[in-house]
Design a protein around this ligand. Sequence first.
Ligand SMILES: C[S@@+](CC[C@H](N)C(=O)[O-])C[C@H]1O[C@@H](n2cnc3c(N)ncnc32)[C@H](O)[C@@H]1O
Length: 321
Amino acid sequence: MEKFIGKIITGDCIDLLDGVKPFADLVFADPPFNIGYKYDKYKDTVKSEQYLAWTRDWMRSCSNILRPKGSFYIAIGDDHAADVRNIGKELGLHMRNWIIWHYTFGQQTKQKFARAHTHIFYFIKDKNEYTFNDHAVRVPSDRQLTYNDKRANPKGKMPDDVWNEYSRVCGTFKEREKWHPCQMPETLLARIISVSSNPGDVVFDPFNGSGTTTATAQTLGRKYCGMDISKNYVTNAIKRLEKLKSYKPKNQTGLDQREVLELKRLYFDVGIRVKELFESKKFSGIFVNQFAMRMNNEKSYDETTIQKALRGIVTWPERGR
Ligand SMILES: C[S@@+](CC[C@H](N)C(=O)[O-])C[C@H]1O[C@@H](n2cnc3c(N)ncnc32)[C@H](O)[C@@H]1O
């Protein structure tokens, strides 16, 4: 649907998607979880039955606008995770993974263990035809890094379905958009977008919020569309995208925005600090090689450039270890 592409639109996603033909190759939805968050327009405490009916409605709307080979990811809290799984089944979607995003910097409380996870469902429409770019998400294996095992796949291994590489976006992080109460990390969206879509594909987010999905899609060379019920959030998310368009990395390494984001993601995925990484010829060689693979081996990278770029773009606390 051409009128949606490259836009962030104010309105109720169910109304806006009514009667619209399939246009999205990838949908990422992070709805309010019904846990009392303070949004400016949406009230995040409704009766359980009402929330369930609403979830069924927006999931159906998103499924309707998903192209036949498309993928549909949904982030959801504990209380309604089982409902999302069942509605997915009702809608004829195939679940490929039930992912747990285990984040650091969970909110502390004296009364119970701190909540530090979110469920992410990965559905597809057609169980035989879908995009899955494994090379874009593979990580160096212990066989490669630690055991020098000849059986190690030089392309690395697939990450698990428990994702503990990406921290919550805390108030102090450079990435934080302070005008929105909950923001997903760009690295997490980059994993999803790079594995389940190709450059030029359309990525859609019905609950755009601070605009992480649309911003990451733009950085990774995808088309995008976002919707949010709040005009204020939409205005600010558009500004976020504009700012990104004119962004110039501070470090003089010549890497573009996509490379910078992908380098940050790989660094978090690997989980070895820059100093340790580049003290070892073996580690740095594997790291640079993995990065080149993720970038489709479109060009070659040298260790000095990668090390310099890493020092300029990531701080260890943002990984949360
Ligand atoms: C959990 S937040 C999404 C955060 C987003 N993933 C990010 O990284 O910034 C949910 C968003 O859904 C929006 N929302 C609630 N009901 C909506 C509806 N019916 N249609 C569109 N947006 C809605 C809220 O205003 C809020 O910004």
